[in-house]
Design a protein around this ligand. Structure first.
Ligand SMILES: Cc1ncc(COP(=O)(O)O)c(C=O)c1O
Length: 359
């Protein structure tokens, strides 16, 4: 029945999300979720918004999510008019491709990066060129000094977790004034420096963030773009031509409460960072080469064992990590940082698998 498909559908290579396992008690280290729950204030706020009989749900939510934007603006010391809100940062990125990155010159992004970028580029027919990371998976911003219709980088990068210093990002933004530079900061709270600090000086900078990782709200689907009001206006124009109510009432209440509990946020990030360093030590002791990470994930390879086989053997034990069958990285595993207990289960399983390994 594919004869009914639009032309563009024939050309798509859809993004493949990480597995959401059916196992009763999986050790789920494959989609970079937070191992800790959100602030209890989030749960209270959802209950309050819902009311006893769910009466608030009769009404459409605020299409501009003003209270949420004001709360987030106060948190970052910026203005609400510098903030765009969407249904997860994936949606924010999708709207950004349409609103700001579709030009005659190609969009630039790294060859190894978030695999949704080429997917969006194909969906929205945005011409793009990839720029190779070096052999240690580092980004060199000087490699992006070519004519372009936009630059898109995650910081820290995905799936490697490798961060870029803010000075490098500023050099890139300062030089690239003819098009927008988008910095995708999905993982920034786990140890990198946010480019939000540069917003007041550069009108060509857009910073994208999410509550999915550091605020434990992947299930709520809330993401942001921060930038000059003219960039935010472009995003709103596309949003209001597509879906004017991207964030439901419960999501707006939950995300607002998450930003109101800064102590919870800081504590949970600190725990994840400590577990990351501990897990990196454990993996290194087992002979893995681990890419330096400022995210809630580790990207690691082992000379002696095939990565796809390791992922499969772990899966048999209900331990889920991510393997990408892609050039340059098919011998790596991307491992989300869990609780110390989960990381210990992973390390013990790896030890066991190594003991009995038949490749
Ligand atoms: C680099 C990067 N950007 C954006 C996202 C999307 O996050 P969300 O749509 O949950 O906000 C992810 C999710 O894994 C990611 O790794």
């Amino acid at each position: 029945m594919s004869r009914y498909w639009s032309d563009v559908v024939h050309r798509l290579t859809p993004y493949v999300p990480g597995e959401q396992p059916a196992a009763a008690h999986p050790v789920k280290l494959n989609t970079n979720e937070n191992p800790y729950p959100p602030s209890p204030r989030v749960v209270e706020a959802i209950r309050r918004e819902l009311g006893d009989a769910g009466e608030s749900l009769r009404r459409y939510p605020d299409p501009t999510a003003l209270k949420l934007r004001e709360t987030v603006a106060a948190h970052h010391g910026i203005r609400a008019e510098q903030i765009f809100v969407g249904n997860g940062s994936d949606e924010v990125l999708a709207l950004t491709f349409q609103a700001l990155l579709k030009h005659d010159k190609p969009l630039l992004f790294p060859d190894i990066t978030y695999s949704f970028y080429p997917t969006y580029a194909r969906l929205f027919e945005v011409d793009y060129t990839t720029i190779a990371l070096d052999d240690s998976f580092a980004i060199h911003v000087d490699d992006y000094a070519t004519p372009n219709g936009g630059v898109l980088l995650p910081n820290p990068n995905a799936p490697t977790g490798r961060p870029l210093p803010l000075a490098d990002i500023e050099r890139l933004v300062a030089r690239n004034t003819d098009s927008v530079v988008v910095i995708d900061e999905a993982y920034v709270d786990f140890g990198a420096e946010s480019a939000i600090a540069l917003l007041d000086r550069y009108s060509n900078l857009l910073v994208v963030q999410t509550v999915s990782k550091s605020r434990s709200l992947a299930g709520m689907r809330v993401g942001f773009a921060f930038g000059h009001p003219a960039l935010i206006d472009a995003l709103n124009r596309v949003k209001d031509s597509f879906n004017s109510y991207p964030l439901d009432r419960l999501a707006q209440a939950a995300a607002t409460a998450a930003y109101e509990d800064d102590a919870w946020f800081r504590d949970s990030c600190a725990k994840v960072i400590a577990s990351r360093e501990r897990l990196a030590g454990g993996l290194t002791a087992l002979g893995f080469e681990v890419v330096p990470s400022a995210a809630n994930l580790l990207f690691a390879r082992h000379e002696g064992y095939d990565a796809a086989t390791l992922a499969l053997r772990l899966r048999e034990r209900d331990i889920f990590v991510r393997h990408f069958k892609a050039p340059r990285i098919d011998q790596h595993l991307r491992i989300s940082v869990g609780t110390d207990a989960e990381c210990d289960i992973l390390l013990a399983a790896l030890r066991d698998i190594f003991g009995a390994y038949i490749g």
